[in-house]
Design a protein around this ligand. Structure first.
Ligand SMILES: [Zn+2]
Ligand SMILES: [Zn+2]
Length: 132
C-alpha cells in the first residue's frame, strides 16, 4: 500500500544513478587495456614487410607498408601508386606479382603454382580404400 509513492520517488533517482554509472564506465575505456592498445598501435605503426611489383616501372622488391595500407601502394622507385603485392618465387627467387588465382605461372622461370592442391590433404588411410 505504501509502495506507489515510494517507488515513484526513488525511480528517477535510480535512473540518474544508472546513467551516471554508464557515463563513468564509458569515460574510462583505456584504464584496463591501455598497454594492449598501445602495443597494437605500435605494431600498426611498424607496419609489415611485403614484396611488391610495380605495374608502372616494373620494379620489384621488398618494402614496408602499414597494416592499413592497401594495394596498390606507392612504388619506391618511380613514386607512382602502382605497386601491387608480390611474392617470392620459390624456384627462381625473383619477386612476382601475387595472383588471386588458384593456378598461375612465374613469368621468369615458368614455374607453375597450383594452389588447388593446398585444399584437402590426402589422408594416410582413405575409408574407401581400406582392405588388403
Ligand atoms: Zn614503379
Ligand atoms: Zn620463378
Amino acid at each position: 500500500m505504501s509502495e506507489p509513492t515510494g517507488s515513484k520517488r526513488t525511480r528517477p533517482h535510480l535512473a540518474l544513478a544508472a546513467a551516471m554509472i554508464l557515463l563513468a564506465a564509458g569515460g574510462l575505456p583505456t584504464t584496463g587495456c591501455s598497454s594492449e592498445a598501445e602495443q597494437a598501435r605500435t605494431i600498426r605503426k611498424k607496419g609489415r614487410n611485403t614484396f611488391y611489383v610495380c605495374k608502372s616501372c616494373g620494379a620489384s622488391g621488398k618494402t614496408r607498408i602499414g597494416y592499413d595500407d592497401k594495394f596498390p601502394i606507392r612504388c619506391p622507385q618511380c613514386d607512382q601508386v602502382a605497386a601491387v603485392g608480390g611474392l617470392k618465387c620459390t624456384r627462381c627467387s625473383r619477386i612476382i606479382e601475387a595472383q588471386n588465382k588458384p593456378v598461375y605461372t612465374c613469368p621468369h622461370c615458368q614455374f607453375v603454382y597450383d594452389n588447388r592442391l593446398s585444399g584437402p590433404a590426402p589422408g594416410p588411410a582413405a575409408p574407401n580404400a581400406a582392405g588388403p
